[in-house]
Design a protein around this ligand. Sequence first.
Ligand code: XMP
Length: 503
Amino acid sequence: DGQTIHELFDGKIGLTYNDFNILPGYIDFAVHSVDLTTHLTRRIKLKAPLVSSPMDTVTESEMAIAMALHGGIGIIHSNFATVQDQVNEVQKVKRYKQGFISRPQCIKPTDTIRDLMRIKAQFGFTGTPVTDTGNVGGKLLGLVTSRDVDFISEKRWGDLIKDVMVPIEKLITAEEGTTLSHAYETLEKEKKGKLPIVNKKGELTSLIARTDLKKARDFPHSSYDEVGQLRVGAAISTRETSREAVRALVAVGVDVIVIDSSQGASLYQIELLKWIKSEFKESPQIIAGNVVTVAQAKMLIDAGADGIRVGMGSGSICITQEIMAVGRAQGTAVYQVSKYARSRGVPVIADGGIRDVGYITKALSLGASCVMMGGLLAGTTEAPGEYFWGPSGVRLKKYRGMGSLDAMEAHTSSNDRYFQNESDAIKVAQGVTATMRDRGSIHKYVPYLVRGIQHGFQDIGVKDLFTLHANVLNGSVKFERRSPNAQLEGGVHSLHSYDKRLF
Ligand code: XMP
């Protein structure tokens, strides 16, 4: 009954996620016991197989922090004005400490209560550190809380902060290096809401808020490096100046570098890959790509790739297959490349075409170790850009292909991804500019994706990704092609209207 994966991909026609179903197996375990631990690269493990795409409408530091907190990882895009801008984003992730506010809003002792009220109205803070410069890094002089000013009548709002603050002599602070649990105990014991952290010189380095600490304990699967910092990746292009970018990114501790190209089998990529591998004593992990054939994958693995990114023209905003006539159906590409890459011990990241949770489970079943998503994450709070209202009253965010004219005109690195010469007057777009509906915060959306994948695994009857891969290969997990009619049947149908809320 059903087909093995090898029968499904018999080589006659390119298939994608929508062309097949996985047949159900036997359930003898609870859904939350499904373990999604996986490899992103040869060396890097993740607790959730989810990666956010290096696109300028998807991944900057805010997205990368949220993805890593939930066990995945974000890859910072490279379409910035300068390399330093990208490095800064990587650093924000690396410096992020759960519960520690690294850039707290501060105030000067010579500012007025009115200034504080403005900060409070804008940010809603209940405790603001007072420093000589009015910024983090300045000498800590005191703390001013709601309690100190709430009952002061508006007539006195011209009074100075230094006259109402709790001065440093009376303040509970902690030294840099304090652990979160120690900070939490201190806050509880002293019944305080805010704990300023200072260095040996008495300068404010960060702030701990009790409310954040409570939230901090909700991320048991976060992706940390060896020294307890969140993991983060960064994309580079194959141009000459990328070597400089690699040095700068490695210097701030980037965990993985993604060589970002729409067609990975190029002299430029292979030379860059070999250079990175030979240049650093301890080379960063490198994900190379994109590829869709075994021959392409072999070239990049031979050159030292630690992970292979698979996909050409399958992304939601992609028009590569239409314009370049080149690409491959994503299901076949993931299956063929994963089969080969596994024999070389290199994980595969299935990139593009993930429309919903089930597509993730399917990509993993075809041999991928992780999936990379652009469109699915582009409408979330943590994606760069502001929301705006669409004509039908839906909240939207912009989402654009990195090969769209829009992105290529913004900066130069997008040109490189698609082998376009910056000075060439004739541009050939390989992507479009679009909008995505509001999907809420990653802090809700990614846990939903994770739980959705766990449910899929439970239905298949496998408790972890290792077992899924093994059982697919040995033929005990079965698949079935589905007709266009079956595809329609699999979606919602025959309804007058329906509520689109999913979680
Ligand atoms: P999804 O389907 O998740 O796809 O939105 C995201 C992936 O699409 C690729 N990408 C592009 N491909 N033209 C293309 O042909 C483009 O302009 C473009 N921009 C992004 C990329 O691999 C991304 O991760």
